[in-house]
Write a protein that binds this ligand. Structure first.
Ligand SMILES: C[S@@+](CC[C@H](N)C(=O)[O-])C[C@H]1O[C@@H](n2cnc3c(N)ncnc32)[C@H](O)[C@@H]1O
Length: 238
């Protein structure tokens, strides 16, 4: 098994570290309590290290076990998690296609063109740019989904009211479920179960609200994962 993605920082992280480490040494020599902390290559990391570890193991397991189908991410923004997904696919020498879906118009973001920033991030890391499906989910899904899905990452939270996001999640779950092949995995960003999640915040209660409804009469169950300050869950298709 190749764990190199986690052992090696990305190019952006290396550059950041080469600046932060000497600055922190000087601050420490001056007996300063101030320390500079990296926030991710774009300074807007929407995924914790623990969630990256979850993502790595779940996707890598799907690839190693040759689960049939392609890889999709519903909600990619500038590509923080999508770059890791593509990297895992490339390190595994997998031929799976990777599709991302986003309207690329998140408000309150620092980029003039989010789609362009997404592509630039991939190019900076020498990663193949996935197949981009730009538009509202209601316009691109299910029509532009691959016929068979081996791995799905749903990360579409954007501060919508609980009922609104629950309905988006129900639509997304319903759209991918019938295309998911046996043993395929769906990773759920922000899945927070008050009785089982340790530590994380319940930033998108609509995720669990949708899962409670969707899985009520399904053979699969949602498993809780540790995500540090965020929350995480997944299910494996029977
Ligand atoms: C939390 S961000 C994704 C973060 C990304 N996975 C990362 O790691 O950087 C959620 C994304 O979902 C997208 N999104 C939310 N609702 C959507 C909808 N109805 N149609 C299309 N995109 C949507 C937003 O545009 C936003 O980019």
């Amino acid at each position: 098994m190749d764990y190199s993605y986690f052992n090696q920082p990305t190019k952006g992280q290396s550059i950041l570290a080469s600046i932060l480490i000497p600055v922190n040494k000087v601050l420490s020599a001056l007996n300063s309590n101030v320390k500079l902390v990296p926030q991710g290559i774009n300074g807007d990391e929407m995924i914790t290290i623990e969630q990256r570890i979850n993502l790595y193991h779940l996707l890598n397991g799907v690839l190693i076990n040759n689960v049939e189908g392609d890889v999709v991410e519903l909600g990619c923004h500038v590509g923080n998690s999508a770059m890791q997904i593509q990297s895992i696919i490339e390190v595994a020498n997998s031929f799976k296609k990777f599709h991302v879906y986003d309207r690329f118009n998140l408000i309150d973001n620092p980029y003039a063109d989010i789609r362009q920033k997404f592509i630039a991030n991939f190019e900076k890391e020498n990663l193949k740019v996935p197949q981009i499906h730009e538009g509202m989910f209601s316009d691109t899904i299910p029509g532009q989904l691959p016929e068979k899905i081996a791995f799905a990452h749903i990360d579409a939270g954007h501060g919508a009211p609980i009922d609104e996001y629950r309905d988006v999640m129900l639509f997304l779950l319903d759209s991918i479920y019938s295309r998911m092949t046996p043993n395929s995995v769906c990773l759920l960003m922000d899945y927070h179960d008050h009785s089982r999640t340790k530590g994380g915040t319940d930033s998108n209660p609509g995720v669990k609200a949708a899962c409670d409804i969707f899985f009520d009469r399904k053979p699969e169950k949602v498993h809780v994962l540790y995500g540090n300050r965020y929350s995480h869950g997944y299910f494996r298709k029977k």
